[in-house]
Each structure stands twice: as structure tokens, then as C-alpha cells.
Design a protein around this ligand. Structure first.
Ligand code: C5P
Length: 218
């Protein structure tokens, strides 16, 4: 694998709806980093399973991953609760994780030339995908806050779902992501904990910017 030298690599892990995506996007923009929301890859596979239940097997997934392009991950159909839940189910399969692994490495270590580095967020980025990242963050918030944020996103998308349903779903997803045997969500010792419960987007951004500036200037 080609590895670009002297690039800035940021690795972020977080439970569902903790605000990691929003933060990762603003940080990536500020430092001109290539951003990859790795949850979208699992969502993409989950979507294939829902859309093509009969065709769905490892060979089919492998072919689809081979031709997977970044714009495919921006598809709005990947944003439903159903796809998210199915993603956390297929994410427990070792064979699937292995297929997704190299796709992620390519962008983490060899981002397009016009970028100064990469920023990946997910569940196992800090210890499995980019263990040598320059900055590692674990972003979290309490369940109620996360559910409220997700509920607002769904409302904006015009989705019919109640707040209680969102709470239930987030709890279920936490349980599954933290407790699974393969690549569970966890905070590594060398990751900085950022709790966004009482911080707005701007405050979170500034907090992380300070950390990155301090680290990259020494
Ligand atoms: O982040 P998002 O909610 O889109 O991720 C959907 C699901 O994909 C997660 O609940 C998790 O089970 C799985 N996932 C994972 N490893 C990653 C990113 C996501 O297992 N790096």
C-alpha cells in the first residue's frame, strides 16, 4: 500500500449521533483533510442487503466494494434508521469488516494529493484502522442529547419517527457497538475524550482546533 509521508492523520471514534460527523467535517475543512465517514460504508452494505436480499452474499458485496466511489456514500437512502440498524448487524461480521478495511486504509494513508491529510470517523478507527494517527479523539454525549440531535435531523429530513423511538434505537445501537466481540467501540488510552453534551458546534470545534494546533506546532 502506498503511504503518503508527512500528512496529518486524525482518527475519531464515537457512539451513534454524538456529533462526530459534524465536527470531523468542520475540522477537515479547516485543515484541508480528506474526510471519510466510515459508518457510511457499513450503511452502504446494509442498504444492499435490504435492497437485494436474494443477491446478497460475500461475493456480491466484494464486487460492490471494489467499484464503490465516495459519491455513492452521499446517497440520502443511507440515512434511515432501518439502514443504520442493519449496518450495526452486518458490522459484526468479520468477513465484511475485512472487505471494508482496505477501502478505509487507502483514504487514511493515501488521501488525494490536494489534501494535507485525512480524517476518519467510526467505531474502530483509533485502534484498528489508523492506530498511528497524529490525533485520536473519542467523542461522546449523553443518550438524551444524542437522541435529540438525531430526532432533529430526522425531522429536517421529513421522517416520521417519535423521540422515544429514537432513544430506544440509540440505546440498542450502543449496546450492540460497545459489546460486540469483533472491533467493538471503545476509547483507547491515547484518545482524548470530548464530551459534547453541553458544548455547541462552535465550542467543540474550537476545543479540538486548540488540541490540533498545540500538537502540530511542536
Ligand atoms: O456512524 P453510523 O451510525 O453511520 O454507523 C452505522 C453502524 O456501522 C454503527 O452502528 C456500527 O455498528 C457500524 N460501524 C462500525 N465501524 C465503523 C463505523 C460504523 O462497525 N468504523
Amino acid at each position: 500500500m502506498i503511504k503518503r509521508k508527512n500528512i496529518l492523520k486524525i482518527a475519531i471514534d464515537s457512539p451513534a449521533a454524538a456529533g462526530a460527523g459534524t465536527l470531523a467535517r468542520s475540522i477537515s475543512k479547516h485543515y484541508n483533510l480528506f474526510y471519510l465517514d466510515t459508518g457510511k460504508i457499513y450503511r452502504f452494505i446494509a442498504y444492499l442487503k435490504i435492497k437485494y436480499p436474494k443477491k446478497f452474499n460475500y461475493k456480491f458485496v466484494k464486487e460492490k466494494i471494489k467499484s464503490l466511489k465516495i459519491p455513492d456514500l452521499l446517497n440520502k437512502s443511507l440515512l434511515t434508521e432501518e439502514v443504520g440498524n442493519e449496518a450495526s448487524v452486518i458490522a459484526k461480521i468479520k468477513k465484511i469488516r475485512i472487505m471494508v478495511h482496505s477501502f478505509q486504509l487507502k483514504f487514511a494513508y493515501n488521501p488525494p494529493k490536494n489534501y494535507n491529510g485525512s480524517c476518519l470517523d467510526g467505531r474502530d478507527i483509533t485502534y484498528n484502522i489508523v492506530p498511528d494517527a497524529d490525533i485520536k479523539l473519542f467523542i461522546t454525549a449523553n443518550v438524551k442529547t444524542r437522541a435529540l440531535r438525531r430526532f432533529k435531523e430526522y425531522k429536517d429530513l421529513g421522517k416520521k419517527i417519535t423521540f422515544d423511538e429514537v432513544v430506544k434505537s440509540i440505546k440498542k445501537r450502543d449496546k450492540s457497538d460497545y459489546n460486540r466481540k469483533i472491533s467493538p467501540l471503545k476509547k483507547t488510552k491515547d484518545s482524548l475524550l470530548i464530551n459534547t453534551t453541553n458544548l455547541n458546534k462552535r465550542a467543540c470545534f474550537l476545543k479540538i482546533k486548540k488540541i490540533i494546533d498545540r500538537k502540530t506546532k511542536t
